[in-house]
Structure formats: structure tokens, C-alpha cells
Ligand binder design. Structure first.
Ligand code: ADP
Ligand code: MG
Length: 740
């Protein structure tokens, strides 16, 4: 199944947006980010530090400054990835950065302006152009889904009732890794259709954004495209390759203030950053390569991106930065985050012939429909033969050769047959009508028969038409390579693209060489120098010492920064922990003091933790075992000495002789109590005569004296029957619970 087992690292590119109008008013000096496009370096200046402090430098696979074009980023950093997806690899592009730094701009951009179209629309163009240009023996199926993760809930953006839809569950299969159960997936046949899917999802997001404050910057949006391609292999069989592409616009990476909030707001704030901090932890665990455990399961996002980080995928991370000084801390955090991600190693491989390929199902369904259709048509053709009484030249066996032509012939025959049959029936009807020797009744009967035959014929025809329509609809969903080649084979354009690709490749390799040279330079500086005098050697060594000292200072500052950051995040975590502990204590207090222990135990015994969904769940009340289910269905048998069936529980309770509730089962067991009635309660009962039994039933807390006084005043019957009913009902409902 795997073709290419070699590992490759996550590609990290950084993009800095231009200063916006507000920031521009601070003047160009306000810009803290500098970029060396040739070397792929970002140089960050700390606006609060003295000028003497060395600036921080980070090196990436590519960097894009404020003047960069959407097309540049796409051609150089994204195009190779999409090509891989089309070849059957999994691919992921995610945009990471603070809110307002251009994540959505990079991923989506301005759709209307061709210059400003982002990664997603460009990928649509790329995929469908590739399909239309590919060879005609290839069949493609393209599907798209769109989801968002908000407050750790996965929501389907293509679900028509997005607003009320429940959160979706994540599942894992050995074939396709982690996936979202019941996620809507739309088959797309053209750029227009896939754009429509994107628009529907974006509208759903926009609606949510008006409902919830800052929704879009707090939710992660994932657009998923699956491209399945079937192509005949050297063995003559059709092989399917499946490429999955995840286009991810992450929530803003800035820290959410958690101090001072409580209850729901606290949980919300804790959840917002959960996915991102889990993503950070996953990246750290993968990057240092020492810790065996990678905490993918800590959040929905990391589970969904499991393959993209350290697994079977090619991944590009676009880290976006803002150039303004007030965001220095966030910018630095983003750069550190991105710098760490560079070290992640993935093992991408081609997904060949997976069991769950939808394309295969489609192909099978199309073949089935075609067989059904052919069968129908052959039947009609044969009927036509009978009608015509003619022999057919074609041999029934030659099905494989010229199948298409033959099919067309059969189709024509079938249509002809229907037409002829209709004409024949019409003629016969006419004859019957004109027959003067026939009785009117007979005529009516024969006409009715003919009418019926016409009806059957029409129904058949309708069924065939429906089948044909279904077949055509299914077939049209599969895209066949080379179909629109005339529209697209603008050879020049193809060449231009090829050249652009080459240039991008060249720039990349040039940059890599430059970066390597820079590293080697430092190492070999000593080797290149030959010293003529001691004095010269001292000078050279002093120079080197200075250089190394500066480097040391840089690293020290870095360590200090990282430590500070750790302390900060630790403090924040502790604070959250304190708040959550307080909340927990509050809940405990309620549970311990206001919920009866047996109820609590019952609930606790039924609860099980579902690691798949990361939630506690109730076990069903009745076990699925056949024995217990039959017990449930069976009514308790009548016991000797009792008037009606009685539950085991009640029987035990009676044997214990403790509780009056069960004693009331048989009126004969009730002792008459001769104590005089309590006048107050008698008066009250007299007043509320019509509601008497009702008030009794509803007031189990009423004291014994009331019960006794009733038995004294000779109305025990109603009491016993009602109370025994109640007790029995309680026992019946109690039985399954206690059986648990
Ligand atoms: P985010 O999604 O990270 O919160 P946006 O993509 O919404 O940020 O960008 C914020 C603003 O900055 C938008 O008005 C966008 O047009 C602008 N912007 C971002 N990046 C660029 C860029 N590279 N060039 C021009 N404008 C940009
Ligand atoms: Mg955004």
C-alpha cells in the first residue's frame, strides 16, 4: 500500500502583512519585522529593548513580506503540495497567527480579485484544471466538506440546520485515520460547485459570528477536499488513489484573558485556547522527538490533524505576523511556535486502493445501473423482435466489442419498440371502436384492456427513463480526464505554468543552498585563516570570541525569554486550575449535601467514560443480555397468599416486616388502629373531600397519624388500594434499577 516511505519535515513559511492605516500613523519606524527573502529569514526587533540588544533571527523554508503576492506564496509553497494530493498523498495547509495578521486573507483572500485570491480558491482552480488536463483513462471523484471547531465542539458548516445541529463525533479507522462521523460531504463536479460549497459554509460561519462575540477568531475552520482518482494499472485492473487535503484557518493564537471570570465564561475561556495549546504541546512533543507520548487526544483539533503532524501527510504551515510594535510578544510567540514546527517529521505515502474509497462504490453502482438498464432494453428489444418477426443481424454474444455502439443501437431499438407498440395499441383501439358487430360491453372491455396495456407500457418506459436519469446523474459525478481539453489546453499557459514552477523550484533550492552556506561559513571560518604572526592570530581569535560572545548573549536572552514564557503560562494554568477547583468544590458541596447517597451511587455505577468522545456517558438502564431483557419483559408471577403479582423487592420488604408501605399489600394484614382521630386533620379532610385521595397520594410525607385516623374512620380501602398501587408501581420501576 505504501509507495514512498521516506520521511520529510513540515514545511514552515512565514508571512508578514503590511501595516494597516492605524499602524501607519505611527510611521515606518513602527515596523518591528524585517525579512530577508533570499535567505528565508525573519529578523525581529524588540521595541522595548535598548538598541544594543541583538535582534532575533529565525530561518524558515520561505518568508513573504508585506509586498508579497498571493500568487507567489501559492506557486512556491502550496502548488507542490496540491500536486502531491492529486497524486494520492494526504496534504495539510494551516494558517497560524494572532487575530488580524492575515490568516483568512492568506487562506481565502478576496475572491473577486484574481490577484488577491487566497490558497483555497487557487487550490480549486489547480485541482479542476489538473483533472481536465489529465489523460482520458483517469476517472476522478472530488468531494468537499466544511467544518469548524468552536469551544471543543465539531460543527458541520454544510448542515442546513447548522445553528441547531448537535456537535459531531470523532472516530478513528485504520484505513482513513481520524474522521468526523456523519459529516456532510458534497460531490463537486466543477470549480463553480466547490465554490458554492465554500460559500454555503462561510455563510453559516457568518451567521454564527453575529450570534457570538468574536466567533470567527475563536473557532478553527477546516475545509476538507478528497480527490479520488482511478486509473488502469499495468495489471489491467483499475487502481484508486485517494488524496485528502485539509485547508485549515486556525483561531487567533493570542492568549485569552482568563482572570476574574467564573462559571460558563471560565469554561469557555479555558476551552478556547485548549486546542491551540494542545497543538503547541503536540508540536513540542514531536519536535524534540524525545518524549514518546504525543498528546493528540487532548483536543479535537489535534486529533483531526493527527496525520498532518508526524503522520501520513505532507504539511505546510503558514505563520502570519503583524508588523506593529504593540504585538511584539505575540509575534515572538508565533515565530517560536513556527520554529519548533520545522522539526516535525512526517511519513507521507500514497493512499492506494483504500477500502473506503467512494469512487469504487460509485463505479460499482454505475455498473449495476448500467446492467439493469441494459437488461431492460434488451428485453424491449426482444419484444420488438417478436413484434417485427424479423431476425437480427447482430450476435448476442459480442458484448465487449463496440459496446457503446451496441448500447446505442439497443437504446434506439427500445425507443422504437415503445413507439411502435403505442401506435399498434392505438390502431387496435381504433379498430375496436369502429367494429360495428361487437357488443358495446365487449368493446368497453377490450378498450379497457388495451388502455391497461398502454398504462403498463408507459410505466415501464417511465421506469426506464428514471433509471437512465439516475445512471446519468451518477456517471456525471465522475470526472473524466481529457474531456475539456480543448477549453484548457492553452499550450502557452501550460508552458508558462511549468516555467513558473521551475522558477519557484529554483528560488527554493537557491535559498536552501544559501542557508547551508551560512551555516558552513561559521564552521569553517577558522580553517580558512592562516596566521602569519601571533598578533594576527590574537586579533582573529578576539574577533571570533566577540562573535561567539554575542551568540552566547543571544542564546542567554532566548533562554530567559523562554523561561519567562513558561512561568507566565504556568501561572495562567495555575490560576485556571484554582478557578476550576473552586467550581469543583461548589459542585461537590451540592452533590454531597443535597443528593441522596443511594441516588448518587446509582448514577456513579452507571457512568462510564467514553475516550472516543472524551465524555462521561450513562450506560443503558437494561443490560443487553438476553437473560435480563427477558426478565424485564416478564411480569412478576403471583405469589401464594398475595392478591396480585408482587415484585421480589416488595416480597423481601414484607419478609423484613419493616415498612408499612408493603404491609398495605393486603388489607387483611392491616391492623385497625383504635386511636381517636385528630380533630384538626379530620376537619381538613372533611373540607377537602373531593380531593381526598389525590392529596393523600401526592403527600407521602404526611405523618402516620393521618393514615391511622383514616383506618379508624373505616375508609382504609381507598387508602390501601391507592397506596398499594403506588407501592407496586414503585416496585416495578424499582425492579430494573435494582437488578442493575
Ligand atoms: P485573521 O484571519 O488572521 O484574523 P485577516 O485575514 O482577517 O486576519 O486580516 C486582517 C486584515 O488585514 C484584513 O483586512 C486583510 O485584508 C488585511 N491583510 C492581511 N494580510 C494581508 C496582506 N498580506 N496584504 C494585504 N492585506 C492583508
Ligand atoms: Mg480570520
Amino acid at each position: 500500500m505504501s509507495k514512498n516511505k521516506s520521511s520529510e519535515s513540515v514545511k514552515v513559511v512565514v508571512r508578514c502583512r503590511p501595516l494597516n492605516r492605524k499602524e501607519e500613523s505611527n510611521g515606518p519606524a513602527g515596523c518591528i519585522v524585517q525579512m530577508d527573502l533570499r535567505l528565508g529569514q525573519v529578523i525581529l526587533r524588540n521595541p522595548r529593548a535598548p538598541a544594543s540588544e541583538p535582534q532575533k533571527t529565525f530561518t524558515f523554508d520561505a518568508v513573504y513580506d508585506a509586498n508579497s503576492k498571493q500568487g507567489d506564496l501559492y506557486d512556491e509553497s502550496v502548488r507542490p503540495l496540491i500536486d502531491s494530493v492529486l497524486a494520492g498523498f494526504n496534504g495539510t495547509i494551516f494558517a497560524y497567527g494572532q487575530t488580524g495578521t492575515g490568516k483568512t486573507y492568506t487562506m481565502q483572500g478576496a475572491w473577486m480579485d484574481p490577484e488577491k485570491r487566497g490558497v483555497i480558491p487557487n487550490a480549486f482552480d489547480h485541482i479542476f484544471t489538473h483533472i481536465s488536463r489529465s489523460q482520458s483513462d483517469k476517472q476522478y471523484l472530488v468531494r468537499a466538506s466544511y467544518l469548524e471547531i468552536y469551544l471543543e465542539e465539531v460543527l458541520d458548516l454544510l448542515d442546513p440546520n447548522h445553528g441547531n445541529a448537535r456537535a459531531l463525533e470523532l472516530r478513528e479507522s485504520p484505513e482513513s485515520g481520524v474522521y468526523v462521523r456523519d459529516l456532510t460531504s458534497c460531490v463537486c463536479k466543477s470549480i463553480k460547485e466547490i465554490e458554492e460549497v465554500m460559500n454555503v459554509g462561510n455563510q453559516a460561519r457568518a451567521v454564527a459570528a453575529t450570534d457570538m462575540n468574536e466567533h470567527s477568531s475563536r473557532s478553527h475552520a477546516l475545509f476538507l477536499i478528497t480527490v479520488e482518482c482511478s486509473q488502469p494499472g499495468p495489471d489491467g485492473r483499475k487502481h484508486i488513489r485517494v488524496g485528502r487535503l485539509n485547508l485549515v484557518d486556525l483561531a487567533g493564537s493570542e492568549r485569552q484573558a482568563k482572570t476574574g471570570v467564573q462559571g460558563e465564561r471560565l469554561k469557555e475561556a479555558a476551552k478556547i485556547n485548549l486546542s491551540l495549546s494542545a497543538l503547541g504541546n503536540v508540536i513540542s512533543a514531536l519536535a524534540d522527538g524525545r518524549s514518546g507520548h504525543v498528546p493528540y487526544r487532548d483536543s479535537k483539533l489535534t486529533r483531526l490533524l493527527q496525520d498532518s503532524l508526524g503522520g501520513n501527510a505532507k504539511t505546510v504551515m503558514v505563520a502570519t505576523l503583524g508588523p506593529a510594535p504593540q504585538h511584539y510578544d505575540e509575534t515572538l510567540t508565533t515565530l517560536r511556535y513556527a520554529n519548533r514546527a520545522k522539526n516535525i517529521q512526517n511519513q507521507p505515502r500514497v493512499n492506494e486502493d483504500p477500502k473506503d474509497a467512494l469512487l469504487r462504490e460509485f463505479q460499482m453502482e454505475i455498473a449495476r445501473l448500467r446492467a439493469q438498464l441494459n437488461h431492460r432494453k434488451w428485453r424491449t428489444k426482444q419484444k420488438k423482435e417478436q413484434v417485427d418477426g424479423e431476425g437480427w443481424e447482430r450476435d448476442g454474444d459480442e458484448e465487449t466489442e463496440g459496446e457503446e455502439d451496441e448500447e446505442e443501437g439497443v437504446e434506439k431499438d427500445a425507443e422504437e419498440y415503445v413507439k411502435l407498440e403505442e401506435q399498434r395499441l392505438e390502431r387496435e383501439k381504433q379498430d375496436i371502436r369502429e367494429d360495428q358487430f361487437m357488443l358495446a360491453e365487449e368493446k368497453q372491455r377490450l378498450l379497457g384492456e388495451k388502455e391497461k396495456m398502454m398504462g403498463v407500457l408507459r410505466k415501464e418506459q417511465e421506469a426506464t427513463e428514471q433509471l437512465t436519469a439516475k445512471y446519468k446523474a451518477m456517471e456525471s459525478k465522475l470526472l473524466v480526464g481529457g474531456k475539456n481539453i480543448i477549453d484548457h489546453t492553452n499550450e502557452q499557459q501550460k508552458m508558462l505554468e511549468g516555467k513558473r514552477h521551475e522558477i519557484a523550484e529554483q528560488t527554493r533550492s537557491e535559498r536552501e543552498i544559501q542557508q547551508q552556506m551560512l551555516v558552513r561559513d561559521d564552521e569553517t571560518v577558522e580553517l580558512r585563516e592562516t596566521f602569519t604572526s601571533l598578533q594576527q592570530e590574537v586579533e582573529a581569535k578576539t574577533k571570533k570570541l566577540k562573535k561567539l560572545y554575542a551568540k552566547l548573549q543571544c542564546i542567554k536572552a532566548e533562554i530567559q525569554d523562554v523561561n519567562d514564557e513558561h512561568v507566565r503560562s504556568r501561572q495562567e494554568l495555575e490560576q485556571t486550575q484554582n478557578e476550576l477547583t473552586r467550581e469543583l468544590k461548589f459542585k461537590y458541596l451540592i452533590i454531597e449535601n443535597f443528593i441522596p447517597p443511594e441516588e448518587k451511587n446509582k448514577i456513579m455505577n452507571r457512568l462510564t467514560f467514553d475516550p472516543e468522545e472524551d465524555q462521561w456517558k450513562f450506560q443503558p438502564l437494561v443490560r443487553a443480555e438476553s437473560k435480563s431483557s427477558s426478565q424485564m419483559k416478564k411480569r412478576p408471577a403471583s405469589a401464594v397468599g398475595y392478591k396480585r403479582p408482587i415484585s421480589q423487592y416488595a416480597r423481601v420488604a414484607i419478609a423484613m416486616g419493616a415498612h408499612s408501605r408493603y404491609r398495605a399489600e393486603n388489607i387483611m394484614f392491616l391492623e385497625l388502629d383504635m386511636t381517636p382521630p385528630n380533630s384538626a386533620s379530620l376537619d381538613r379532610s372533611a373540607e377537602s373531600e373531593p380531593n381526598q385521595s389525590h392529596s393523600l397520594d401526592n403527600s407521602p410525607t404526611k405523618d402516620r397519624s393521618v393514615r391511622k385516623s383514616r383506618s379508624w374512620c373505616q375508609t382504609p380501602k381507598s387508602i390501601t388500594s391507592s397506596s398499594s398501587n403506588v407501592s407496586l408501581a414503585a416496585c416495578h420501576t424499582a425492579t430494573p434499577m435494582t437488578a442493575q
